[in-house]
Unconditional design. Structure first.
Length: 249
């Protein structure tokens, strides 16, 4: 099968990082300018769409993908419920990957957090008092970031709650400093603490994930996937290909 043409919606920082890396890796790219929707249906379509724009644009992106049957990698954060519902409806016909954080480090951070949560909840069920620590999430982005908290911070908090049944004590935001982001989960017991942190210095981290996930989405069945489900699937395929036991989730 020929390499898919990657459609990128956006002209900002993330779009530039995805487009720059895609071209450096030899992918064909079509840019969909978010303020020129009337041009989107002109010329040959892409094979998959990577939305790097803004919540105001997501409905039009979903319309395009629905009409042309194109898989969608949705990278925009802080989507309102109405947009998320629109994407769920779209997923009946095409693969839709919800990808609020595309970096490998966030995937590993989330898996590490889940692993810790599973151990301490097992200890708590066995009757060990105080096994489950108090959690807190702190995210930092530059002052230019549009909303707070980041969707990534909300997802880390939700993962902790899902695994332990306890909400983090706080999900806090800091707006200062350089690109791109820091996400820190602090776990505190009275006598000790554990910090699971992830620092991103370049949007190339997200761009690499976006290109891999978009390529995965082409040819996959319609449905709604999280980016971490896609990474799980990729890791399982690598484990099979290298003859190792499949990754346990
Ligand atoms: N999934 C991930 O790993 C990552 C996700 N993100 C998320 O991706 C999104 C984009 O981030 P970033 O590239 O830094 O943002 P930028 O502000 O640099 O770019 C946003 C893009 O959307 C366009 N846009 C914004 N508002 C509108 C509007 N109302 N109508 C039409 N077009 C609009 C902008 O056009 P114009 O310049 O003309 O305003 C620009 O092309 C954010 O939601 C961010 O949180 C960011 C990094 C990583
Ligand atoms: O705006 C950003 O830069 C980022 N936004 C995403 C989020 O809100 O979770 C992911 C990452 O933090 C970069």
């Amino acid at each position: 099968m020929p390499e898919p043409v990657l459609g990128i919606v956006g002209t900002g920082r993330l779009a530039a990082a995805v487009g720059g890396l895609a071209q450096a890796e030899g992918h064909s790219v079509r840019v969909y300018e978010p303020r020129a929707v009337d041009t989107w249906r002109q010329g040959p379509a892409a094979d998959v769409v990577i939305d790097c724009s803004a919540p105001a644009v997501t409905g039009q992106v979903a319309d395009l993908c629905g009409e042309l049957g194109l898989p969608l990698v949705e990278c925009v954060s802080a989507l309102p419920d109405a947009q998320l519902q629109r994407l769920r409806a779209l997923a009946a016909g095409v693969p839709v990957v919800l990808a609020a954080n595309l970096s490998l480090g966030n995937y590993l951070q989330t898996r590490a957090l889940r692993s810790v949560a599973q151990v301490v909840t097992t200890m708590a069920r066995a009757g060990i008092d105080g096994a489950v620590p108090e959690a807190a999430v702190l995210e930092r982005h530059p002052a230019t970031k549009a909303h707070r908290p980041s969707t990534t911070a909300e997802l880390l908090a939700r993962e902790w709650t899902r695994q332990t049944g306890a909400d983090p004590a706080d999900v806090a935001s800091l707006r200062h400093g350089p690109a791109v982001s820091d996400h820190t989960v602090s776990l505190g017991w009275p006598e000790q603490s554990l910090v699971i942190g992830h620092h991103v210095a370049s949007l190339r981290a997200a761009a690499a994930g976006a290109i891999g996930v978009a390529t995965w989405a082409v040819g996959h069945a319609p449905g709604s996937y999280t980016v971490h489900e896609v990474f799980d699937d990729m890791v399982a395929a690598m484990a099979r290909a290298t003859g190792r036991a499949e990754e346990s989730q």
